[in-house]
Design a protein around this ligand. Structure first.
Ligand SMILES: [Zn+2]
Ligand SMILES: [Zn+2]
Length: 502
């Protein structure tokens, strides 16, 4: 009796899996004369931070998934010397870093070891990254987890970023209901990439943020796997792994980045430079391979003397022929052309052609596939980078208005500064003679673990400045550093604190 019940249960479970199985990935016959596409993935955590696999494991998984490059992005403050690019299992691994700011995470691509720990306000970290020559890619900008949301300042004075994840593997998990996650857990063992693709919605808020940002300057849209190969605890911030799931390999099979025309030579540093250069230029599209693969998306603009591809910027004025093309007309894909985030043209089939009047605008293309029984695509299948028509709006810090009144806090004479420090740190102030007066020389040594947040502060009472709106000072340092400037109200005045890192 028990055996029969078990058998019935097993049959029922089998039927359930069968009914719930998502449709199989479609296979496309690639066209023979097409530009080669170099496929890879970005935003992967390893045992160097909170991932469950070593860089070798990650590369081996990428090789099994047919990828040729992987950008590793372990959490850090960029003071670790990045590993040199390396071929592992035939896969080019490029070491980058995911920096946690006070308002979200940003991936630094192409960054050498930073001269000081990168942290602080989002705009300050962007400033550091750009000054140090990195490409700053905002990760999971609209995550449902509050402390992962990008909170860089908004509006015309906000410092621009160079790239953004329009799709992030971790964010996509967070909006799923229990029923849908249970289904994926059941069908994952039979059709893993197809099951993982079930959680991919069209991430409206991230796409909107990207479209908004591209109106003033070029911003590369990318997918970030955010792969850790584990569940249990906090997906983005560690905790011991309970289960190594979804695996790196299956995440890599679910979606990827495609770099048209990039061919690896085997010369490791040159290949790494070529991959990074293509990504920086926006010569990259995202493909959800679990829907249909191998995917190819070409998006070009041509006109008198103009020949541009996705990621490029062309001058306004001349008429432009915009052309988008994918393989696989047999899948009846729909190509949609967006201008400044709004749909301007759609076509079903493998080609879309559009005549633009040459007015300034930002054009990008999405390809979608028809929904199939058993759970079809909700997310776009392919997403291009934009072609920008017209000049970028140069960004500059807004100039401060000239002061109407000012008050000198220190000019000459004895130091008004007292030293405050954490247990194992210390500092000293000396007054040194300088041309035209004196200067304060501040020396400090930080001690203790990073997690103890060691600090040395030089503090002064500055009464009667409550009605002022700005603090200005001149400083120089013996080496690059970022310092925090703070104003604290006394406990009697509410004890508030204003701070800005410099
Ligand atoms: Zn993150
Ligand atoms: Zn991450």
């Amino acid at each position: 009796m028990i055996r029969r019940t078990l058998l019935a249960l097993a049959v029922a479970a089998g039927v359930a899996v069968f009914v719930l199985l998502p449709p199989r990935t479609l296979t496309i016959a690639p066209s023979a004369q097409a530009t080669p596409i170099l496929r890879g993935a970005m935003h992967v955590h390893t045992t160097n931070s909170d991932g469950s696999g070593t860089p070798d494991d990650v590369a081996a998984a990428a090789a099994r998934a047919g990828l040729r490059f992987v950008i590793l992005t372990d959490h850090g403050d960029a003071t670790r010397t990045p590993d040199r690019p390396q071929y592992r299992s035939g896969v080019l691994t490029i070491d980058a870093v995911e920096v946690s700011t006070a308002g979200g995470h940003v991936i630094a691509l192409g960054l050498p070891k930073a001269p000081y720990p990168l942290r602080g306000e989002p705009d300050d970290v962007l400033e550091d990254l750009q000054r140090l020559g990195a490409m700053a890619i905002v990760a999971h900008p609209t995550s449902l987890k509050a402390d992962l949301v990008w909170r860089g300042s908004a509006g015309p004075s906000s410092r621009p970023f160079d790239g953004v994840e329009w799709l992030n593997g971790d964010s996509e998990w967070r909006d799923e209901r229990f029923a849908s996650l249970s289904r994926i857990l059941l069908t994952y063992w039979f059709r893993a990439p197809e099951s993982l693709a079930l959680i991919l919605d069209r991430p409206e808020s991230a796409l909107e943020l990207w479209d908004r940002a591209t109106r003033s300057h070029s911003v590369v849209g990318l997918s970030g796997s955010d792969a850790h190969a584990k569940i249990g605890g906090d997906l983005d911030h560690g905790g011991p792994a309970a289960v190594h799931l979804p695996s790196y390999e299956q995440v890599f099979r679910t979606f990827s980045l495609g770099l048209p025309g990039v061919v690896l030579s085997g010369d490791t540093p040159a290949d790494a430079r070529a991959v990074i250069a293509a990504i920086r230029a926006g010569h990259v599209f995202t493909a959800i391979d679990a829907f249909a693969q191998p995917a190819r998306l070409v998006f070009t603009a041509s006109g008198s003397g103009i020949s541009a591809q996705a990621g490029d910027r062309v001058a306004a004025g001349a008429q432009l022929a915009l052309h988008a093309e994918v393989d696989a007309p047999e899948l009846a894909p729909t190509l949609t052309l967006y201008r400044d985030g709004s749909m301007v043209s759609t076509a079903t089939g493998s080609r879309l052609d559009y005549q633009s009047d040459g007015a300034p605008g930002v054009y990008r293309v999405e390809a979608t596939l028809p929904v199939r029984r058993g759970g079809g695509p909700l997310a776009p299948w392919l997403v291009s980078n934009p072609i920008y028509v017209g000049p970028a709006v140069p960004w500059a810090l807004p100039a401060s208005p000239p002061p109407v009144a000012s008050k000198v806090i220190y000019k000459d004479g004895a130091s008004p500064l007292a030293v405050e420090h954490s247990d194992l740190s210390d500092g000293a102030v000396t007054v040194v003679r300088a041309e035209g007066g004196t200067q304060l020389s501040l020396r400090f040594a930080l001690g203790g673990k990073l997690s103890d947040a060691p600090f040395v502060a030089f503090a002064s009472d500055t009464p009667d400045i409550g009605s002022y709106t700005a603090v200005s000072f001149t400083g120089r340092a013996s080496r690059p550093m970022r310092i925090s400037v703070q104003l604290r109200a006394s406990p009697g005045q509410g004890g508030g604190r204003w701070r800005k890192s410099v």
